[in-house]
Design a binder for this molecule. Structure first.
Ligand SMILES: C[S@@+](CC[C@H](N)C(=O)[O-])C[C@H]1O[C@@H](n2cnc3c(N)ncnc32)[C@H](O)[C@@H]1O
Length: 237
């Protein structure tokens, strides 16, 4: 399956896949959630020296992170190369983060070292992460469009139980209109979010902010241009 191997600059050897294999893993009409080799696919995507989504935090997260106070414990789910967790740690928060990609986590560790912040980073699938109960003051969920509806339901249930009562979720995603812009995210409508979907999924929560909006994104090389976004801030009762 692997065509060749390369030495990864952060001391990790990754297996590069043929393009056809990567395309087949992304989505297809018969298997719209075919992200079976997610770790390998994301390791490949993160294999460049540069940071795919940049090293600055997501704007929605930056604008709403003041909901958390210094010392609050926050979990960054599927944190990628660490741009969000590193920034949050720099704001004085006590940050845990995980991602399925060991290459992403290695780059997050490097970014944290460069910025002289400390984060507890783990390589994990969101379905097998050791979700603690009633632990976090906050969860950051930024662009988790890899999850199909079943995985998304499990994910939201895990987030609910890991937050303390009163804990705050900050979420950013794409809406179905993003399929027209094609400036980021998967071409799979069932993975995208709508306002009504969020209201239903978080029916027992206080919805502090929820909006579908459009903006010009400039997040590394991957999220660039006009984008159809949804942002939510919700508090667990
Ligand atoms: C679009 S990127 C967003 C990364 C990060 N949240 C950010 O905003 O920079 C999606 C991330 O989900 C991770 N991922 C994909 N499937 C996953 C899974 N099943 N469990 C945990 N992480 C996963 C990928 O490795 C990738 O880092």
């Amino acid at each position: 399956m692997c065509k060749f191997e390369t030495g990864f600059p952060y001391g990790i050897t990754i297996h590069h896949l043929p393009t056809s294999k990567i395309q087949s893993m992304q989505s297809s009409p018969t298997n719209p959630t075919a992200f079976a080799d997610a770790a390998e696919m994301w390791n490949q995507r993160f294999s460049d020296e540069s940071y795919l989504f940049g090293t600055e935090p997501n704007v929605w997260l930056r604008e709403h992170a003041s909901r958390w106070k210094a010392g609050h414990r926050v979990l960054c789910v599927a944190d990628g190369e660490g741009r969000n967790s590193v920034w949050l740690a720099g704001q004085g928060l006590d940050v845990d983060a995980f991602d399925i990609s060991e290459v992403g986590v290695a780059k997050a560790k490097r970014l944290a070292a460069e910025r002289k912040v400390s984060i507890r980073l783990t390589v994990s699938d969101c379905d097998t992460y050791a979700w603690p109960q009633n632990t976090y003051d906050g969860v950051a969920l930024i662009f988790l469009q890899f999850a199909d509806p079943d995985m998304r339901a499990r994910l939201f249930a895990n987030i609910q139980q890991c937050l303390k009562p009163g804990g705050v979720l900050v979420l950013q995603g794409y809406t179905p209109k993003q399929l027209e812009y094609k400036t980021g995210g998967p071409p799979t409508v069932s993975h995208l979010y709508t306002e009504s979907m969020m209201r239903e999924a978080f029916a027992g929560w206080e919805i502090v902010e929820l909006s579908e909006y459009e903006a010009e994104l400039r997040e590394g090389d991957r999220h660039v241009g006009r984008s159809a976004l949804i942002g939510m801030v919700a508090r667990r009762y």
